[in-house]
Design a protein around this ligand. Structure first.
Ligand code: DAT
Ligand code: MG
Length: 147
Protein backbone atom coordinates (compact mmCIF):
# COMPACT_ATOMS: atom_id res chain seq x y z
CA UNK A 1 0.00 0.00 0.00
CA UNK A 2 1.28 3.47 -0.89
CA UNK A 3 2.78 5.51 1.96
CA UNK A 4 3.63 9.19 2.35
CA UNK A 5 5.50 11.34 4.83
CA UNK A 6 3.48 14.19 6.35
CA UNK A 7 4.64 16.60 9.02
CA UNK A 8 2.92 19.30 11.05
CA UNK A 9 5.50 22.08 11.00
CA UNK A 10 6.52 24.10 14.11
CA UNK A 11 3.87 26.77 13.40
CA UNK A 12 1.14 24.11 13.25
CA UNK A 13 2.28 22.56 16.53
CA UNK A 14 2.37 25.95 18.27
CA UNK A 15 -1.07 26.81 16.89
CA UNK A 16 -2.66 23.60 18.22
CA UNK A 17 -3.34 22.16 14.76
CA UNK A 18 -1.98 18.62 15.29
CA UNK A 19 -5.40 17.21 16.15
CA UNK A 20 -7.19 19.04 13.33
CA UNK A 21 -4.68 17.86 10.75
CA UNK A 22 -4.59 14.23 11.97
CA UNK A 23 -8.38 14.28 12.00
CA UNK A 24 -8.62 15.31 8.35
CA UNK A 25 -6.50 12.41 7.13
CA UNK A 26 -8.26 9.97 9.49
CA UNK A 27 -11.70 11.05 8.34
CA UNK A 28 -10.65 10.91 4.71
CA UNK A 29 -10.00 7.20 5.15
CA UNK A 30 -6.22 7.00 5.27
CA UNK A 31 -4.42 4.87 7.83
CA UNK A 32 -1.74 6.10 10.24
CA UNK A 33 1.38 3.91 10.13
CA UNK A 34 3.64 5.93 12.44
CA UNK A 35 3.86 9.26 14.26
CA UNK A 36 6.09 11.13 16.67
CA UNK A 37 6.65 14.57 18.16
CA UNK A 38 10.28 15.51 17.62
CA UNK A 39 12.71 18.37 17.20
CA UNK A 40 14.60 18.37 13.90
CA UNK A 41 18.39 18.78 13.98
CA UNK A 42 20.00 21.20 11.51
CA UNK A 43 21.62 18.22 9.79
CA UNK A 44 18.28 16.48 9.27
CA UNK A 45 16.65 19.75 8.14
CA UNK A 46 19.36 20.41 5.56
CA UNK A 47 19.10 16.84 4.32
CA UNK A 48 15.29 16.87 4.18
CA UNK A 49 15.24 20.15 2.21
CA UNK A 50 18.41 19.42 0.16
CA UNK A 51 16.55 20.07 -3.12
CA UNK A 52 16.16 23.73 -2.05
CA UNK A 53 19.82 24.23 -1.03
CA UNK A 54 20.48 26.90 -3.66
CA UNK A 55 17.23 28.82 -3.10
CA UNK A 56 17.43 32.24 -1.37
CA UNK A 57 15.00 31.14 1.34
CA UNK A 58 16.96 27.98 2.30
CA UNK A 59 18.53 29.46 5.46
CA UNK A 60 15.20 30.80 6.73
CA UNK A 61 13.54 27.48 5.89
CA UNK A 62 16.08 25.49 7.93
CA UNK A 63 15.84 27.99 10.82
CA UNK A 64 12.05 27.73 10.77
CA UNK A 65 11.77 23.93 10.61
CA UNK A 66 14.24 23.56 13.51
CA UNK A 67 12.65 26.34 15.60
CA UNK A 68 10.32 24.08 17.60
CA UNK A 69 8.86 20.59 17.68
CA UNK A 70 7.23 19.06 14.62
CA UNK A 71 4.76 16.18 14.42
CA UNK A 72 6.13 13.66 11.92
CA UNK A 73 3.78 11.05 10.44
CA UNK A 74 3.56 8.24 7.92
CA UNK A 75 0.13 7.74 6.35
CA UNK A 76 -0.91 5.04 3.94
CA UNK A 77 -3.70 4.32 1.48
CA UNK A 78 -4.55 4.27 -2.19
CA UNK A 79 -2.98 7.26 -3.97
CA UNK A 80 -2.17 8.84 -0.60
CA UNK A 81 0.81 10.87 -1.89
CA UNK A 82 -1.13 12.92 -4.45
CA UNK A 83 -4.35 13.02 -2.42
CA UNK A 84 -2.55 14.36 0.67
CA UNK A 85 -0.93 17.07 -1.49
CA UNK A 86 -4.42 18.05 -2.70
CA UNK A 87 -5.72 18.12 0.87
CA UNK A 88 -2.75 20.35 1.88
CA UNK A 89 -3.34 22.91 -0.88
CA UNK A 90 -0.82 25.00 -2.76
CA UNK A 91 2.56 25.84 -1.23
CA UNK A 92 1.63 29.53 -0.92
CA UNK A 93 -1.37 29.65 1.43
CA UNK A 94 -2.57 32.80 -0.35
CA UNK A 95 -3.18 30.64 -3.41
CA UNK A 96 -4.42 27.57 -1.55
CA UNK A 97 -8.11 26.85 -2.00
CA UNK A 98 -10.50 27.11 0.94
CA UNK A 99 -11.11 23.62 2.31
CA UNK A 100 -7.44 22.71 2.05
CA UNK A 101 -5.24 22.71 5.15
CA UNK A 102 -3.08 25.61 3.98
CA UNK A 103 -6.13 27.42 2.58
CA UNK A 104 -7.93 27.16 5.90
CA UNK A 105 -5.12 27.63 8.43
CA UNK A 106 -2.19 29.57 6.93
CA UNK A 107 -1.36 32.98 5.45
CA UNK A 108 2.35 33.11 4.59
CA UNK A 109 4.45 30.72 2.49
CA UNK A 110 7.12 30.66 5.20
CA UNK A 111 4.56 29.43 7.77
CA UNK A 112 2.43 27.00 5.81
CA UNK A 113 1.67 24.53 8.61
CA UNK A 114 2.30 21.19 6.88
CA UNK A 115 4.83 19.28 4.79
CA UNK A 116 3.92 16.40 2.49
CA UNK A 117 6.01 14.30 0.12
CA UNK A 118 5.51 15.25 -3.53
CA UNK A 119 6.33 11.93 -5.28
CA UNK A 120 6.89 8.22 -4.56
CA UNK A 121 10.67 8.85 -4.61
CA UNK A 122 10.50 11.69 -2.09
CA UNK A 123 8.06 9.73 0.09
CA UNK A 124 10.47 6.81 0.33
CA UNK A 125 13.42 9.11 0.97
CA UNK A 126 11.64 11.20 3.63
CA UNK A 127 10.12 8.21 5.46
CA UNK A 128 13.64 6.76 5.62
CA UNK A 129 15.06 10.05 6.95
CA UNK A 130 12.52 10.40 9.74
CA UNK A 131 11.53 6.86 10.76
CA UNK A 132 13.20 3.58 11.63
CA UNK A 133 11.46 0.57 10.13
CA UNK A 134 10.40 -0.69 13.58
CA UNK A 135 8.56 2.59 14.23
CA UNK A 136 6.09 1.84 11.44
CA UNK A 137 3.12 -0.33 12.29
CA UNK A 138 1.20 -2.58 9.92
CA UNK A 139 -2.29 -3.52 11.06
CA UNK A 140 -5.74 -4.23 9.69
CA UNK A 141 -8.45 -1.71 10.48
CA UNK A 142 -11.93 -3.14 11.02
CA UNK A 143 -13.50 -0.49 8.77
CA UNK A 144 -11.02 -0.70 5.92
CA UNK A 145 -13.44 -2.52 3.60
CA UNK A 146 -15.81 0.48 3.90
CA UNK A 147 -13.27 3.05 2.62
P1 DAT B 1 5.96 22.26 -0.60
O1 DAT B 1 6.15 22.41 0.89
O2 DAT B 1 4.54 22.61 -1.02
O3 DAT B 1 6.41 20.92 -1.13
P2 DAT B 1 8.38 23.37 -1.79
O4 DAT B 1 8.95 21.99 -1.72
O5 DAT B 1 8.45 24.09 -3.08
O6 DAT B 1 6.85 23.38 -1.30
O7 DAT B 1 9.09 24.29 -0.70
C1 DAT B 1 9.39 23.78 0.59
C2 DAT B 1 9.06 24.83 1.60
O8 DAT B 1 9.91 25.96 1.41
C3 DAT B 1 7.63 25.40 1.52
O9 DAT B 1 6.69 24.60 2.18
C4 DAT B 1 7.80 26.73 2.15
C5 DAT B 1 9.18 27.15 1.74
N1 DAT B 1 9.14 28.01 0.54
C6 DAT B 1 8.88 27.62 -0.72
N2 DAT B 1 8.91 28.66 -1.57
C7 DAT B 1 9.22 29.74 -0.81
C8 DAT B 1 9.41 31.12 -1.08
N3 DAT B 1 9.29 31.62 -2.32
N4 DAT B 1 9.72 31.93 -0.04
C9 DAT B 1 9.85 31.46 1.21
N5 DAT B 1 9.67 30.16 1.53
C10 DAT B 1 9.37 29.33 0.54
MG1 MG C 1 8.26 20.10 -1.39
Amino acid sequence: MEQTFLMVKPDGVQRNLIGEIVSRFEKKGFQLAGAKLMTISRELAENHYAEHKERPFFGDLVNFITSGPVFAMVWQGENVIATARNMMGKTNPGEAAPGTIRGDFAVQVSNNVIHGSDSPESAEREIGLFFHEEELVQYEKAGSSWI
